[in-house]
Design a protein around this ligand. Sequence first.
Ligand code: FAE
Length: 541
Amino acid sequence: MPYTPRPTSSRLTRRGFIAGTGAALGAASLGVPALSSPASAAIGNGAQVPVLVIGTGYGGAVAALRLAQAGVPVEMIEMGMSWDTPGSDGKIFPKVTSPDKRAYWLRTKTKAPVSNFFGFPIDATIPKYTGILDAEEFAGITVYQGRGVGGGSLVNGGMAVTPKQSRFSSILPSVDVAEMYGTYYPRANAGLGVGSIDPAWFETAECYKYARVGRKHAQRSGFAWTFVPDVYDWNYMKAEQAGTVTRSALDGQVMYGNDHGKKSLVQTYLAQALATGRVNVSPLHRVTSVGPVPGGGGYTVSIEQLDTAGNVVGTKSVTAAKVFFAAGSVGTSKLLTKLKATGVLPALNNEIGKGWGDNGNVMCGRANHMWDPTGSLQSTIPCSGIDNWDAGGAFAEVAPLPTGIETYASLYLSITNTTRRAEFSWNAAANKVDLSWQTAWKQDSINMAKTIFDKINSKEGTIYRTDLFGVYKVWQDGLTYHPLGGAVLNKATDNHGRLHGYDGLYVIDGALIPGNTTVNPFVTITALAERNIDHILANDI
Ligand code: FAE
């Protein structure tokens, strides 16, 4: 059946959205519905609530949905915007090749991961705005994160990978493997709407020529190559290729959002959570403190309200009986590190801020021969990877370079088995949280990625691209898309995310996972959140 995308200009009201949720969940038209109505829906100063969730990414969305289904009202606080209104170009989100103010969180210049093209820098000046992608800079690493209702699900490639069961005990040693693979990974995959590419269509689709070239090179060097599941609607992708729907993945949209096709949390967990009528979301609200109410009775949560230039336009203080930290690995770790160091939550243990890793992310490009073009039309959604984890410690996704012209380049994002772990600490003089990551540590990841690409280059008679990440720079070794850890399960918390030292405070996001998931992380973050909230609902609520 042909697909009919929802017009991007249709902004649903809260009531209309809730009524339409059932349809939206299974719908083919994956436009972006509004999740919150204007400021009137925002949490009020002085409110007293049973549960407050900080952040609307994977961990937060799972917590909100399951609590609400159990009858508990939930207030979700999100520092980013609700992405539901088209700009003057009729689109909600910009393309990767033409970022504007919507692209970056409070920056005046873009900071593209592929920063150069044919050696020339491509970053551009933009107005400061509460845009969708945060390139948060620490001394040794830039951490990319989604900002907005939906968190990282708004900006990621949707690659939805369940780690191999045999590797799970190295990821989360205190968690029951059978329970995860029998109950929680299947639940997470279903809740996220994970699907697989049609292998027959893959063989002919123009937009995946780059992936077929990646497969050919991997297999000729003897590497295991595999399809990777994704939350993008694969039937919508087919329709994009056929030219029967408005293009999104085939129109250069991904890292700054997708107007269509991608099932972000806005279409899945958050849609279901709102449909219960028990969840309220306050966008452009940033939590700055969580401290015990003197004499007991929950926690005082301090919140700043922001405008779209990032100015604080109001402050609020609310009381919550229980607080879930779901601000992402960096957001949660920064809050907890500061609150412990400044004496607001002094009984947190000494594991706070520790065990942080970059999932071993490193990027590189290869220059193909002129007879091996990768295609001028490339889907922004990766669909395959090269698995050399056991032999060389690297899993490399075959990534797109959606420039709209033939580049003869193959691009890869590798996830590697690095054991480097950094620590967050409170810098009182600068009034901020630092991270001890060192750029030089990426050499471990580079060495592991080279076990794949040195071999392919040697077999194919090709070389690394040196013009994509600077001038004569082979490796993008300054970033991660996959921050993990900082409030590690069974260390900073008990084995289900309860923070030591305080009843009613929980961590439920990527901060729980100690630095590496062996594959892309959001399915594991979601599955772990499903496991923990099950236990918390049965025992604490
Ligand atoms: P996250 O989704 O980051 O949500 C945290 C939320 O909390 C955000 O919305 C924040 O704005 C909000 N927040 C933070 N601090 C505060 C505060 N103080 N007050 C209020 N709100 C706050 O956390 N993973 C995959 O598995 N597959 C992929 O294909 C993939 N591609 C990626 C591509 C890019 C460009 C990026 C940046 C990431 C990618 N990831 C991918 C990583 C994935 O999105 C990430 O692991 C999850 O989003 C982390 O989920 P959390 O629930 O931990």
